[in-house]
Write a protein that binds this ligand. Structure first.
Ligand SMILES: Nc1ncnc2c1ncn2[C@@H]1O[C@H](COP(=O)(O)OP(=O)(O)OP(=O)(O)O)[C@@H](O)[C@H]1O
Length: 213
């Protein structure tokens, strides 16, 4: 289970605002994160991953405190071991598809399983600049899964995929998520596509943004 009770000052277009989120996600659940552009969806994922520090509150994951402002606890991103799919993929230009996965795991059977899910077997020795946008995005997803994370954070992970590819991939991913018993948070501007697999939704709307005094 992920227990969030956090506050973060955001430097927004209209001045400084405070993002305040109090929410729990069940262990092993798949959850949608929605809300308008600039609401703080990416910032929320990064606070859970440990790359952005909240100003106040706490984050507790599977009964382990990852962050507690009052107790000055803030464990590192490496200790949190979340899987993260970045909006811009953040691939390594000099690594092939297989090297990306090999960097995260030495389990070759798992790598082959992932390549099959992402339909990237034939591209295992290609570097990112020889992949299409959709293939790059699938690689970003596979890399995040390679460490078999307990918490998977995905920022607009299907934006470059056509409907057929997305539907097939989602069915496979749903099985992998269950197999790993991962708690999954997916930011999406197109929540309809995930309605069938998601069990909960956090809408970061006006209720979550407070004026800063
Ligand atoms: N490290 C940070 N500290 C404070 N504010 C930040 C930080 N990073 C981003 N912001 C600000 O927080 C606001 C929310 O940004 P964020 O990227 O989280 O929005 P989003 O909901 O993911 O938007 P989009 O749907 O467009 O991707 C923006 O105004 C941004 O400038």
């Amino acid at each position: 289970m992920i227990v969030l009770d956090i506050e973060k000052k955001l430097k927004a277009y209209s001045g400084t605002e405070v993002l305040r989120i109090e929410k729990q996600f069940n262990a092993g659940s798949i959850n949608l994160i929605t809300g308008p552009s600039g609401a703080g969806k990416t910032t929320l994922l990064k606070m859970i991953a440990g790359v952005i520090k909240p100003d106040n509150g706490h984050i507790v994951v599977n009964e382990q405190t990852w962050f507690n402002a009052a107790e000055k606890i803030n464990i590192t991103p490496q200790q949190r071991r979340t899987g993260f799919v970045f909006q811009d993929y953040a691939l390594f230009p000099n690594m092939t598809v297989r090297q990306h996965l090999n960097y995260a795991t030495t389990n070759n059977d798992w790598i082959d399983q992932l390549l099959a899910i992402g339909k990237l077997n034939a591209f295992a020795n290609h570097k990112p600049n020889h992949l299409s946008g959709g293939q790059q995005q699938r690689l970003a997803i596979l890399r995040a899964l390679a460490i078999k994370p307990a918490v998977l954070l995905m920022d607009e992970p299907f934006s470059a995929l056509d409907v057929k590819t997305k539907t097939e991939l989602l069915a496979d991913l749903n099985n992998v998520f269950k197999e790993l018993a991962a708690t999954v948070l997916i930011v999406s501007h197109n929540p309809q596509e995930l309605k069938e697999i998601a069990s909960d939704e956090l809408i970061i709307g006006e209720d979550y943004i407070l004026p800063f005094h």
